[in-house]
Every structure is written in structure tokens, then in C-alpha cells.
Design a binder for this molecule. Structure first.
Ligand SMILES: [Ca+2]
Ligand SMILES: [Ca+2]
Length: 135
């Protein structure tokens, strides 16, 4: 794929705030995940055999209020990339809830609430590190 011109991957997200890249479906080509807060979405876009993106939107969720910080990380160490994201609005009585969307290896995700924490103010960024160095 040549990067000599701008490519519009999608116009179907409202207020996108973060994109991350990684091979979501395990086909060897780097895909893109996007969080967009105003339309409450986390979506991903498949790279078609290295030829680029068709704009087909794979919706991970469309109900995460203030969805932000979509980040690809293999959180359960099973070899596929999962998505971590958080909400900046009230979710189940808590502000700034952290969610994991576990990948089945083919880009189908299952939501899991990780830490329903109330920080007082919404957290807009975070990092993932292997705190106990166990891989
Ligand atoms: Ca891929
Ligand atoms: Ca995984």
C-alpha cells in the first residue's frame, strides 16, 4: 500500500479520539481500531490483504458512553490482540470504567468490565505494562 495520498478509511464515526493498529484477525495484515466518544463506538477496520481498507465498519460496541483510548494489547496472553478502552461517563454507577474486549482470534469481541473505579475526574489516558514481569 503506497502512502502517497490521503486515504479516508471511514466517515462513519463521530468524534474519533484514538486509533491503534495491529493484526486483529490474525491474517498477517495490520488492521485499525478506533474509539469515538460521541457515538459511543469502538470499531475496527480490516486491512484487505495489504491492499487497504474498504470502509466496512466492524462494530465492537456502540454503547460505550464517551468511548476513548481504544488500545490493542493481548491482555489474556492467548496470542490475539484484545481491546482495552474506557468510558469517560457514568457506567454502572461509576465514572471512568475500564473495559476489556476479548478477541476470539477472528475479530469477534466480548466485553468485560475490568475496574469500575471512581476517580473523581474522568481519566483520558493510561498505559499498560507488565507490572509483575510475568509476560
Ligand atoms: Ca488483519
Ligand atoms: Ca488475547
Amino acid at each position: 500500500m503506497a502512502f502517497n495520498s490521503e486515504v479516508n478509511i471511514t466517515s462513519a464515526v463521530f468524534d474519533p479520539n484514538k486509533a491503534d493498529t495491529g493484526d486483529i484477525d490474525g491474517d498477517g495484515y495490520i488492521d485499525i481500531v478506533v474509539s469515538s466518544g460521541t457515538d459511543k463506538k469502538i470499531t475496527w477496520y480490516k486491512n484487505n490483504n495489504g491492499q487497504g481498507f474498504t470502509g466496512n465498519q466492524n462494530i465492537v460496541t456502540s454503547s460505550l458512553n464517551g468511548a476513548c483510548n481504544a488500545t490493542l494489547v493481548d491482555i489474556d496472553n492467548d496470542g490475539d490482540l484484545d481491546i482495552m478502552a474506557n468510558s469517560t461517563y457514568l457506567v454502572q454507577g461509576n465514572y471512568t470504567s475500564l473495559f476489556c474486549y476479548k478477541n476470539n482470534g477472528q475479530g469477534i469481541f466480548t466485553q468485560q468490565l475490568i475496574t469500575p473505579e471512581e476517580f473523581g475526574n474522568p481519566a483520558y489516558s493510561y498505559n499498560y505494562v507488565d507490572v509483575d514481569s510475568d509476560g
